[in-house]
Ligand binder design. Structure first.
Ligand code: COA
Length: 216
């Protein structure tokens, strides 16, 4: 298939939200909130639109990735601007053909060109470990609650970018999605059945549990 990756435009918004919903539905929880999250992300004044990318084949949207600014409060007292990657989504019928990998690669290239220092994300280490990310713990980076988490991974965007980044990482507040608002937003989409206890939900809970308190 001839795939093109380009910046998302307002004409894509609805289609992108639809594909994000299709990709995430029942994967991490019954239903999903990521399409609403993306909708809210675009409304933020600091949303980096240049990093909101779609993958398309013959004019059909099949994948999407977006980022938000976040920060690391360094142990030495300094604050470091970083990017948070996500959501990243590929239509279920188009998964496992390298679309996700291509979106991550292009997003990293553009972010590096914009002089961002590093990208962090929470996800499956088995997937992102093969896509240029490494455990944030290796760089001494903990979550906002000061815990090392297996799911928290980082990718430096230039030589030595991860040096001196040890500290606590804070995501943009937009990632705290209100469930009631999400449910209301989802009513604007075709009805879909919500399923609990799927294998991917169990795997997610298992990875999310893998965290250790920081002891200095
Ligand atoms: C995760 C996702 C974006 C990957 O896109 P994709 O186009 O299927 O990925 P690629 O084709 O580039 O890579 C496929 C590889 O990743 C693996 N993989 C795919 N999804 C995975 C997952 N959730 N966990 C672990 N491995 C995964 C496949 O086994 C395959 O392995 P291989 O490289 O050894 O062949 C896509 O599966 C998706 O939209 N999933 C639902 C939403 C989601 O989970 N997003 C990420 C949130 S952190």
């Amino acid at each position: 298939m001839e795939m093109r990756i380009r910046q998302e435009t307002p004409a894509d918004f609805r289609g992108t939200e639809f594909l994000v919903r299709e990709a995430f539905w029942n994967v991490y929880a019954p239903g999903c909130c990521e399409h609403f999250l993306l909708h809210r992300m675009r409304e933020q004044p600091d949303f980096p639109a240049a990093l909101s990318l779609v993958a398309e084949v013959n004019g059909r949207l099949i994948g999407h990735v977006a980022c938000m600014p976040g920060r690391i409060e360094g142990d030495g007292g300094s604050s470091h601007e970083v990017l948070t990657l996500g959501p990243v989504a590929v239509l279920p019928s188009c998964q496992r053909r390298g679309v996700g990998a291509a979106l991550l690669t292009r997003c990293r290239e553009i972010a590096a060109g914009m002089s961002w220092r590093a990208i962090l994300l929470c996800g499956d280490p088995d997937y992102y470990g093969r896509r240029g990310f490494e455990p944030a713990e290796k760089s001494g980076i903990r979550d906002a609650e000061n815990r090392y988490r297996d799911a928290l991974q980082i990718c430096g965007l230039y030589e030595g970018a991860l040096e001196g980044l040890a500290g606590r990482y804070f995501e943009h507040p937009v990632y705290r999605v209100e469930e009631a608002a999400c449910t209301a937003f989802d009513r604007g989409f075709p009805p879909k059945e919500r399923c609990a206890g799927t294998p991917s939900q169990r795997r997610f809970l298992e990875i999310a549990k893998r965290c250790r308190p920081f002891a200095d």
